[in-house]
Design a protein around this ligand. Structure first.
Ligand SMILES: N[C@@H](CCC(=O)N[C@@H](CS)C(=O)NCC(=O)O)C(=O)O
Length: 198
């Protein structure tokens, strides 16, 4: 497997974390997330959206969108339930992550880490407030669940962990969310866990 990667990207980290859990070897080619000028040349033929993660399978087929990629590799493993309802619950949280979480938590982090000087403080504050809203939803669910689906670690947890655990880098404190913090510890304690910086 070849992973077009960014070292700082939580979306790419989802893929790296699952591949390590599954013992699937991969090569990474790092792309810049701030200077995107070489994207069309490097991944234009693989992913029309020009985003990372984009992967190329060993047989040459490309795949993009982090949650699609982790769904592909999780198929037939303990990381994706076989029960129809539980699989749909995994999708519920994957779609939640992409619509209501990542666009706020990841974007707030991107602004704080890389665009602090260019973006209006009020815009960043608005993103941070939306990020807190998403994490509060997770907190509510995790008050009565150990993991997002079926009381087992799955790709729903991997998808949500990626940006939640680095929310403090977006100046979004996790202090008000004890159930989220306990879940973060449970995810990090999984055998074969790797860090976003690994
Ligand atoms: N929905 C996509 C989002 C991917 C994404 O936004 N990737 C960022 C890095 S985290 C990127 O490639 N940004 C550069 C760009 O927007 O051109 C996914 O989950 O994979």
């Amino acid at each position: 497997v070849l992973l077009y990667n960014s070292a700082v990207s939580g979306n790419c980290y989802k893929v790296r974390l699952l591949l390590v859990h599954l013992g699937i070897p991969y090569d990474r080619e790092n792309l810049d997330v701030v200077d995107r000028s070489n994207r069309p040349d490097v991944i234009g033929g693989l992913n029309p959206a020009l985003r990372v993660p984009t992967i190329v399978l060993d047989d040459g087929r490309p795949l993009a969108e982090s949650n699609a990629i982790i769904s592909y590799f999780a198929e037939g493993t303990d990381y994706l339930p076989t029960d129809r309802y539980e699989r749909a619950q995994v999708l519920q949280w994957l779609f939640f992550e992409q619509y209501q979480h990542e666009p706020h938590v990841a974007v707030a982090r991107f602004m704080v880490l890389f665009k602090q000087d260019e973006i209006e403080p009020a815009v960043i504050a608005g993103k941070q407030e939306d990020a807190r809203g998403a994490i509060a939803i997770m907190e509510q669910h995790l008050q009565s669940h150990t993991f997002f689906v079926g009381e087992r670690y799955s790709i729903a947890d991997i998808a949500l962990y990626a940006y939640t655990h680095v929310a403090p880098e977006a100046d979004v404190s996790l202090e008000p969310y004890p159930a989220v913090r306990a879940w973060i510890d449970r995810v990090a304690a999984q055998p074969g866990h790797v860090l976003i910086t690994d």
